[in-house]
Ligand binder design. Structure first.
Ligand code: SPQ
Length: 427
């Protein structure tokens, strides 16, 4: 598709769709709890639909009533063996978290995915789950999908220091630990998004968090809840950056999730001198209204503990850095290599083809700022965040066209992205 170029400004107020990570977890906890869970503002993106389909195929009744989604959970023991392989589409979160759920189920399941998911390593969950007694295997030593998981009713607890900063591995182990015989201890490498921990407590479960250490007792029962999902800061990120770099812009984003494990991008924008403010901060739902305006930005350094708090925003932050004064250095972000694409290489390739000056490194990028962008032909390579980054970059192209191939991958996390862009364009 041909992308909009040469934008004269972005203006208006927008409510971004529900948080993808929290949406997945609401379906999982709702299916595992006993009773009827009601979920408001769920994201109806392809990834979450994969999680919904998987639990339906395991016998859980999930009804989309338009204004809310209702899940009739029957507990861990209520799950039934699916008749067919579970197709997780593009969703790493679905495959990894559901593997943890299956760890304590006494039946075998095959999980498959699209071409991108079929290249993503599952050894990171296979290794610890095997230690707990699960029969789990994929293809090659990286345990790539298709992945076969055969759980056990004799699941052993685990003490596991995570070798990488990963909320998906942590969450898979929490779901497994809930079904194990005794207490499990999971130690994070860096603190990552804590939606699983928050929601476990909301559903009446127990866990103890002490810094990077998480203790979970086995054999827990969960109770159905009403869940209100805030907007996804990872989707809001595209508008935050657009509002900062497109001249004559002012955007107000309402009901954005601001859980502190996800707000690294706000810290970066402030460090770069961006005009940004928060209002209507709600500590209960962890949400806020965020305002941004076109700004004079300067380069910064991004690394260490900050990385897991903005990992999915690094493609759009790289674009932000191309418009700032001076150099931006991103490091300690090697996890980017195992996302929907190798996001270090693909971000560098796409933005370089548009005229940016970016050097990919082993664990990040070095970006030179104040670069005008030109037209190009861009392929998402099946990665939604690359597609949305290219669409925001195109707004700065004054001469030339930007053609985007495989744009449909954006439906993974943001099906209304292009209609929201049209609403905000000030011409
Ligand atoms: O589900 P998927 O494909 O892995 O989604 C991505 C994304 O960009 O939408 C990563 F590619 O987000 C992950 C995120 O990077 C979602 C997630 C979660 O919901 O637990 C955690 C992060 O991954 P990780 O590697 O930290 O476990």
């Amino acid at each position: 598709m041909k992308l909009r170029t040469n934008a004269k400004g972005l203006k208006g107020t927008l409510c971004v769709p529900g948080d993808k990570s929290i949406s997945h977890r609401s379906i999982i906890f709702g299916s595992l709890a006993k009773g009827v869970t009601k979920v408001h503002n769920i994201l109806r993106g392809e990834d979450v639909l994969s999680t919904i389909r998987a639990f339906r195929e395991m016998g859980v009744k999930i009804e989309d009533k338009g204004n809310l989604v209702e899940i009739k959970g029957c507990g861990f023991d209520g799950l039934q063996a699916p008749k067919n392989p579970l197709n997780m589409g593009n969703s790493g979160t679905s495959m990894r978290l559901i593997s943890g759920v299956l760890a304590g189920r006494n039946f075998g399941v095959q999980m498959i995915g699209d071409d991108s998911l079929s290249k993503r390593p599952m050894d990171r969950i296979a290794l610890p789950l095997r230690q707990m007694g699960v029969n789990i295997s994929g293809q090659t030593s990286r345990e790539l999908p298709p992945l076969v998981v055969h759980g056990t009713s004799d699941l052993q607890p685990i003490r596991y220091p995570l070798p990488m900063a990963s909320a998906q591995v942590k969450s898979a182990l929490i779901f497994a630990a809930l079904q194990a015989k005794g207490e499990s201890v999971i130690i994070e490498k860096e603190i990552t998004r804590n939606h699983t921990e928050d929601m476990l407590l909301q559903f009446g479960g127990e866990l103890k968090v002490n810094g990077k250490e998480i203790r979970v007792q086995g054999n827990q029962e969960l109770k159905a809840q009403e869940v209100f999902i805030p907007g996804d800061i990872s989707s809001a990120a595209f508008w935050l950056v657009a509002g900062l770099i497109v001249p004559n812009s002012k955007l107000i984003l309402t009901n954005v999730g601001v859980n502190e494990t996800r707000t690294g991008i706000l810290d970066v924008i402030q460090a770069m001198g961006g005009r940004l403010s928060l209002s209507e901060v709600d500590d209960m739902t962890k949400s806020a209204t965020i305002m941004v305006e076109s700004s004079d930005l300067h380069g910064t350094e991004i690394g260490g503990e900050l990385i897991p708090r903005l990992i999915d925003e690094l493609p759009i932050i790289a674009l932000l850095a191309t418009q700032a004064k001076g150099q931006t250095v991103i490091q300690n972000a090697e996890e980017l290599k195992v996302k929907e694409t190798d996001r270090i290489q693909v971000v560098a390739d796409v933005l370089t083809s548009m005229g940016a000056r970016i050097k990919p490194t082993a664990d990040g990028m070095i970006i030179q700022g104040k670069t005008p962008l030109n037209g190009a032909s861009v392929n998402t390579n099946g990665d939604h965040r690359i597609g949305m980054m290219a669409a925001i970059a195109a707004l700065l192209v004054e001469d030339g066209t930007v053609e985007l191939t495989r744009a449909e991958s954006i439906n993974t996390s943001y099906p209304d992205f292009f209609s929201h862009l049209e609403d905000l364009l000030d011409d």
